[in-house]
Write a new protein. Structure first.
Length: 254
């Protein structure tokens, strides 16, 4: 992948970008299938953004999923694909929770691999707007996290909890992680992803645009992993790096 950066006096120099290494099986989520899935959601998200007030959907990742810069777009979608490959490898499931479902970009995938999917977020407006273009499957049930708390869900009833790029936002991390782990059946899995918040990530976020301020981030992925290691057994799935780690994806086992 090649990009061009502008030097002073109008000259350009070439930057070669090598896609980050990921510890996933290449044969899990076939490339044409994933590209079709991605194109469907990118189209819906772009349509929603055209009709939405500026900044309203930033926290749900809308600008990143539809970003014109190929590296930024690749990075955000690749971490989803990494999680998808891991989840698919251990399918099928009886019951799955998408905690912090945002725009619902993972819901159609999860609905194909689980008998029942629970989607939960404190802001359901992003999901409601995407639903106009991509209706939810019948086996998906949506909960408003401001009205239904994690602790109110049935304990030890979920095979899998999906928590992608959400735990850096929560106020009380230890309490949230304990509550999520309590929802898992014995042998259940909590799949987590998040940004490293290192200096390169922060610089890249500023270059990407004002909608990537990260002001709503409470912490980076290292703090999340440390707390999860205290509560469970953590297994690394992948690290997305260019040229240093930018995102991590891992799973906590109970």
């Amino acid at each position: 992948m090649t990009f061009y950066a502008r030097r002073p006096m109008g000259r350009c120099h070439k930057i070669i970008v090598t896609p980050p290494r990921t510890a996933v099986r290449a044969d899990s989520m076939k490339s044409p299938e994933f590209q079709e899935y991605k194109a469907r959601y990118r189209s819906a998200i772009r349509k929603v953004l055209q009709d939405s007030e500026r900044g309203r959907l930033d926290e749900a990742g809308f600008p990143a999923y539809s970003h014109p810069n190929p590296l930024i777009n690749w990075l955000f979608w690749q971490r989803l694909r990494t999680a998808m490959n891991y989840i698919e490898k251990h399918a099928p499931y009886e019951k799955v929770l998408d905690f912090g479902c945002g725009s619902g970009v993972m819901l159609a995938f999860l609905a194909r691999h689980s008998q029942q999917v629970i989607a939960m977020d404190i802001d359901l407006i992003p999901l409601e707007r995407v639903k106009k273009y991509i209706p939810l499957a019948e086996n998906i049930q949506v909960f408003d996290a401001k009205q239904t708390f994690i602790a109110q869900l049935t304990h030890k009833s979920f095979d899998l909890i999906n928590a992608l790029d959400v735990l850096e936002h929560v106020d009380d991390l230890p309490r949230t992680l304990s509550a999520l782990l309590n929802l898992l059946k014995p042998g259940g899995r909590l799949v987590v992803s998040g940004p490293t918040e290192n200096i390169l990530y922060q610089i890249g976020r500023k270059l990407a645009g004002p909608e990537y301020s990260g002001e709503y981030h409470e912490r980076g992925i290292a703090e999340i992993k440390k707390e999860l290691n205290r509560l469970s057994r953590v297994e690394q799935i992948a690290t997305l790096d260019w040229p240093i780690p930018l995102f991590e994806v891992f799973v906590a086992h109970v």
